[in-house]
Design a binder for this molecule. Structure first.
Ligand code: SIN
Length: 492
């Protein structure tokens, strides 16, 4: 089905480096397909190492002038970008849905979510205050100034093609940094549209550059940035193995890093919880974007006394979810991003069943008149899950809820923390003393208490342990793009 957008020029089909919308150095193209059918519907340049270096040349040349632009003016440009993004919410939502697969309502929602970060950092730009430090000796003035780090390389994921770009690029621009960006190979179109709108908003040439590249060519593009001393920061959202690789490879030039990596979020329902609220929270957290979210609950623990009642209520809700393409207005879960993703989900379910889990609803791929494509998986609830199963050890990144019954608070805290990851955790309880105890004990960067929807532009988003470091959003999101310069003036 053709993609109808009001402004066809929001699909520039070229990448922006410096002043030019251009092809890859060798003119090779990367096909973009619709996850609902795997049909190719667009293509973009398949960038090379030479393009990556050209992007750094442009960003490096633009940095002195951009950092010198008064913060208020940078803020005004970001505000215009925010306004343009919201003015084109429908087109951007359609682009997201078509290349990423999420239902259109979620696509539109993601545009607003992305814009919220742009607006937030437009406001934060003007508050990047430094400090005057009371000098310990007479005759000195001591200052701590905040400066932009320089050229930032942003490597962004496919699951939120607009929001993750905005959450990285808006604070970088607000801080006075210039940017080279590589969007995920599955979802380059949304990012190109956002970059086009940024240019329209007044972001000067060279300040924001984008290189699209295939899975095969991504290593050469990213390596070119890792090796380049002019790139002073890498910001990445994606898998923990890739995050570790970036940390190792950037050690030679000691780049600043923000790594938002895999999660394996526990979702705990205590027997004093409001069960309806817990089911609502799990539905919201788990099935957003079809479970393809790094804060998605991956391991659900339910206390023995309420286990069966909770499972019954959950299964009724999960069984009623409507799966289908983004083009069907009533779809609540779209296709998964690609064949690798569905294969992994299927492998996790089969492994769980082989190790003793039972499928209560779903448990298989879907292919019928409505889900007429290879990448659909039925929303699934498994009971009798345990820590030996693949679905408990790594992110499934799909619509699967594995449930484990537990007896005591101590046991469930040990289980929840028994993972190398530490991004988000959720729990439901009405006991005020337990609430403080459990929130303190959970080893994650984000904790949801009686709440399943946690992310917001004003909140710090990021993990601990092998879920990475750095924070996105909030006042802390700007700090990640700045360093502190201590200035000491004597002889006063
Ligand atoms: C992510 O999955 O990386 C981001 C999710 C969010 O912003 O809530």
């Amino acid at each position: 089905m053709p993609l109808h957008i009001e402004r066809p020029d929001l699909m520039p089909r070229r990448m922006l480096i410096g002043t030019d919308w251009r092809e890859a150095a060798d003119a090779r193209r990367l096909d973009v397909s619709d996850p609902a059918t795997d049909a190719i519907f667009a293509s973009v340049p398949d960038g090379t190492a030479a393009d990556a270096r050209a992007a750094v040349d442009a960003a490096h040349a633009a940095f002195p002038a951009w950092r010198a632009v008064p913060a208020k003016q940078r803020a005004q440009i970001l505000k215009r970008w925010n306004d343009l993004v919201m003015a084109h919410q429908e087109d951007l939502g359609r682009l997201i849905s078509r290349e990423q697969g999420k239902p259109l309502a979620e696509g539109r929602g993601e545009v607003a979510y992305a814009a919220s970060y742009i607006e937030w950092f437009a406001e934060e730009a003007t508050r990047a205050n430094g400090e005057i430090i009371p000098a310990p000796v007479a005759g000195r003035r001591m200052l701590a100034l905040r400066e932009p780090v320089g050229v930032v390389a942003a490597v962004t994921p496919w699951n939120f093609p607009a929001a993750m770009i905005a959450r990285k690029i808006a604070p970088a621009l607000a801080a006075g940094c210039t940017v080279v960006c590589k969007p995920a190979e599955d979802t380059p179109l949304t990012s190109l549209a956002l970059v086009k709108l940024a240019a329209e908003a007044g972001v000067p040439s060279g300040v924001l550059n984008i290189v699209t590249a295939s899975r095969e060519r991504t290593p050469e593009v990213v390596d070119a940035w890792l090796d380049d001393v002019r790139v002073r920061k890498i910001t990445f959202t994606g898998s923990t193995p890739v995050g570790k690789h970036l940390a190792r490879r950037s050690a030679d030039t000691l780049k600043k890093l923000s790594l938002e990596l895999g999660g394996n979020a526990p979702f705990i329902v205590f027997d004093d919880a409001d069960l309806d609220a817990a089911v609502d929270g799990l539905m919201a957290a788990k099935f957003r974007n079809g479970g393809q979210t790094c804060v998605s609950p991956n391991r659900v623990f339910v206390q023995a006394r309420v286990h069966d009642a909770f499972v019954d209520r959950l299964v009724a809700r999960v069984g009623a979810l409507k799966v289908g393409p983004a083009t069907q207005a009533d779809s609540q879960i779209g296709p998964m991003i690609n064949a690798r993703a569905v294969d992994k989900i299927e492998r996790h379910v089969k492994d769980a069943v082989a190790r003793g889990a039972r499928v209560v609803v779903g448990g298989k791929r879907l292919r019928d008149a409505r889900c007429d494509g290879p990448n659909y998986f039925a929303p699934t609830v498994l009971v009798n899950a345990d820590a030996t199963m693949e679905c408990s050890c790594e992110e499934t990144f799909g619509p699967v809820v594995p449930i484990t019954r537990f007896e005591s608070e101590a046991e469930v805290i040990a289980a929840a923390n028994g993972t190398p990851f530490g991004l988000a955790a959720y729990f439901y309880s009405t006991d005020v003393r337990r609430i403080s105890r459990v929130a303190d004990a959970l080893e994650t960067g984000i904790v949801g208490i009686n709440e399943g929807a946690l992310a917001a532009e004003a909140a710090p988003f990021g993990g601990v342990k092998e879920s990475g470091y750095g924070r996105e959003g909030s006042v802390h999101g700007l700090e990640d793009y700045m360093h502190i310069k201590y200035v000491c003036q004597g002889q006063l």
